[in-house]
Design a protein around this ligand. Structure first.
Ligand code: NAI
Ligand code: MG
Length: 487
C-alpha cells in the first residue's frame, strides 16, 4: 500500500515509497498472559484477534484473561510485593529500570514497527515520539528510585502495594511506560491491562521485562477487553488503580472503587482549546495547529480539537491551514513519509463519522483536502469545520479523530470564556507574541497543561493530568510519584 499525497496526483512531485521493513519484528501467531514472570495460557481458554487497522489483516491471537487469570496475576503481584520487589532498596530497583530503558532503546525499531502495525499510527511518530518517550520515562524514574527521600514526601516514603493499571489504544507502549515506570520506581508491583485493539507492544515489553530479570510477579501483563479491566480494578487485592481512557469508563471505575480504600488516578478525555491571537507568528501557529489535531490521527486526549482564532486573522489563518493540510500525506503507516495513518478501529471510525455527520447537520461548514483513501482498512481524511458555534456537538464532545472545529473570538476575555466552556480540562494552547498575555491566559485557563507557542510537547519531568471530567491525579514529574506513594 503506497502513501498518497492529498494533493491531486500528477500535478505535483510524487514521493517514492519509503516503507520501513516489517521483517525486524517477529509476530507470534498466539500470545499468552504474562504473570508470575512467565507466559502462561489463560485459564479462560479464550483468545481474541488483534488486527492491523491499515489493512484489516489479522496480526495475532491474544489471550482473553478471565477472573481466574486476574486473580492469578494479582496474587503474583502481591507475592512479589511482599517477598522480593517490595523489599529491594531503591538503588536496586533503579538498576532494573535502567535496564528496561536501555532495552527499549536497543529494540527501538522493533517496538516502532510493531506499534505502527497494531495501532495504525505513522512510523515517523512511533519511531520519533512513542518509543523514545517510553524509554525516557524509564530513565527518568530510574533516577528517582534511590532519591525518594528527597522528593518532599518525608524521609522514607512507602509504596502503596499492588497497582492495577488499565490503558487505552492511542499510545499503547507509551501509556504502559507512563504507568509502570513510576509504580516500579516507588516500589509497587503491577498488573497492567493494555487495550484490546493494541496489545502487542505491551507483550513485547513483557519480554523485555522478563529478560531484564525483574523478580517474577513484579510486572504482570494481562490482555483482554473491558470485562478484564473491570475485574482488575474491582479485585480486592489491588491497592491502587490507575486508568487512562474514556470519561465514561472513568466514571464507572470511580464508582467501583468508591468506599474500598483503593487509591485512584484517572486520566480521561479532553476538548482542548488552541487559541491563536492576532499577533501570533502565523506560520508557526499553523504548524502547531496541525500538530495539535492531526498528530496520531487526533487520537490524543490532549488534542487541540477546538481552534479559537482571533477574528481579525481568522481568514488568513484558515487559508494557510488549508494550504498546509493539502500537503499532508495519508496512507501506509509504515511509509516514512506518511503524516496521517489509519484510524485505530472500525468502532472509532464509526464514532468519528457519526460526530462529523452531526457537525454537518447542525450547520457547520465541512472541508477536507482532496484525498484518496485506501480501499482497505479504516481511514478518515483530515477535516476542518468552520462556522462552529459553542452549542454544536462537534464543539462539545471529544471526537478523538482528525477533525478540527474552528471558532472565533474578539477579545482575550472572550477567548478565555470560550476556552473554559467545556466539561473537560486537560490541556490548552496559546499563540501570541506577548509574554504577559501568555501568563495572563495560563492563569485563567482551567486546564492541567497549557502550552505556549507550541503544542503536544511531553517530558517525563513535566506533570500531566486534568481537571473536571478530564480526571484527577498527575503523571510524570514529582507530582506523578505521589500517586504511587503512601504519603
Ligand atoms: P475505553 O475507555 O472503553 O477503553 C480504555 C481501556 O479501558 C481499555 O483497555 C478497555 O479495555 C478498558 N475498559 C473498558 N471498559 C472498562 C471497564 N468497565 N472497567 C475497566 N476497564 C475498562 O475507551 P474506548 O472504548 O476504546 O474508546 C471510546 C472513546 O473514549 C473514544 O472514542 C475516545 O473518545 C475516548 N478515549 C479517550 C482516551 C483518552 O486518552 N482520553 C483514550 C481512549 C478512548
Ligand atoms: Mg491492532
Amino acid at each position: 500500500m503506497a502513501s498518497v499525497s492529498t494533493t491531486t496526483p500528477g500535478t505535483d512531485w510524487e514521493y517514492a515509497p519509503a516503507p520501513e521493513s516489517r521483517e525486524i519484528v517477529t509476530i507470534q501467531p498466539e500470545y499468552n498472559l504474562f504473570t508470575g514472570g512467565e507466559f502462561v495460557p489463560p485459564a479462560s481458554g479464550e483468545f481474541f484477534t488483534t488486527l492491523n487497522p491499515a489493512s484489516e489483516e489479522p496480526l495475532a491471537r491474544v489471550a482473553q484473561a478471565g477472573e481466574a487469570d486476574v486473580d492469578r496475576a494479582v496474587a503474583a503481584a502481591r507475592q512479589a510485593f511482599e517477598t522480593s520487589w517490595g523489599r529491594l532498596p531503591g538503588r536496586e530497583r533503579a538498576k532494573y529500570l535502567y535496564r528496561i530503558a536501555r532495552a527499549i532503546q536497543e529494540r527501538a525499531r522493533e517496538f516502532a514497527v510493531l506499534e505502527s502495525l497494531d495501532n495504525g499510527k505513522p512510523i515517523k511518530e512511533s519511531r520519533d515520539v512513542d518509543v523514545p518517550l517510553a524509554a525516557a520515562h524509564f530513565f527518568y524514574h530510574a533516577g528517582w528510585a534511590d532519591k525518594l527521600g528527597y522528593a518532599g514526601f518525608g524521609p522514607d516514603p512507602r509504596p502503596i502495594g499492588v497497582a492495577g493499571q488499565v490503558i487505552p489504544w492511542n499510545f499503547p507502549l507509551l501509556m504502559a511506560a507512563w504507568k509502570l515506570a513510576p509504580a516500579l520506581a516507588t516500589g509497587n508491583t503491577c498488573v497492567l491491562k493494555p487495550a484490546e485493539t493494541t496489545p502487542l507492544t505491551a507483550l513485547l515489553l513483557a519480554e523485555v521485562i522478563a529478560e531484564a530479570g525483574l523478580p517474577p510477579g513484579t510486572v504482570n501483563i494481562i490482555t483482554g477487553d473491558g470485562s478484564t479491566g473491570a475485574a482488575l480494578v474491582g479485585h480486592p487485592g489491588v491497592n491502587k488503580v490507575a486508568f487512562t481512557g474514556s470519561t465514561e469508563v472513568g466514571k464507572q471505575i470511580q464508582q467501583a472503587v468508591a468506599g474500598t480504600g483503593k487509591r485512584l488516578t484517572l486520566e480521561l478525555g479532553g476538548k482542548a482549546a488552541n487559541v491563536v491571537f492576532d499577533d501570533a507568528p502565523i506560520d508557526q501557529a499553523v504548524e502547531g495547529i496541525v500538530n495539535g489535531i492531526f498528530f496520531n490521527q487526533g487520537h490524543v486526549c490532549c488534542a487541540g480539537s477546538r481552534l479559537l482564532l482571533q477574528e481579525s486573522v481568522a481568514d488568513a489563518v484558515l487559508d494557510r491551514l488549508k494550504r498546509r493540510l493539502a500537503t499532508l500525506r495519508l496512507g501506509d503507516p509504515l511509509d516514512k513519509n506518511t503524516d496521517i495513518g489509519a484510524i485505530n478501529s472500525r468502532q472509532q471510525l464509526d464514532k468519528i463519522e457519526g460526530l462529523v455527520a452531526a457537525g454537518e447537520a447542525e450547520g457547520a461548514q465541512r472541508w477536507s483536502p482532496p484525498c484518496r483513501l485506501p480501499a482497505k482498512g479504516y481511514w478518515f481524511p483530515p477535516t476542518v469545520f468552520s462556522g462552529v458555534s459553542q452549542s454544536h456537538k462537534i464543539a462539545r464532545e471529544e471526537i478523538f479523530g482528525p477533525v478540527l472545529s474552528v471558532l472565533t473570538f474578539r477579545t482575550p476575555e472572550e477567548a478565555v470564556a470560550k476556552a473554559n466552556n467545556t466539561p473537560y480540562g486537560l490541556s490548552a494552547g496559546i499563540w501570541t507574541e506577548k509574554g504577559s498575555r501568555i501568563l495572563w491566559m495560563a492563569g485563567k485557563l482551567r486546564a492541567g497543561v497549557v502550552w505556549a507557542n507550541t503544542y503536544n510537547r511531553f517530558d517525563p519531568a513535566s506533570p500531566f493530568g486534568g481537571y473536571q471530567e478530564s480526571g484527577f491525579g498527575r503523571e510524570g514529574g514529582r507530582a506523578g510519584l505521589a500517586a504511587y506513594l503512601d504519603a
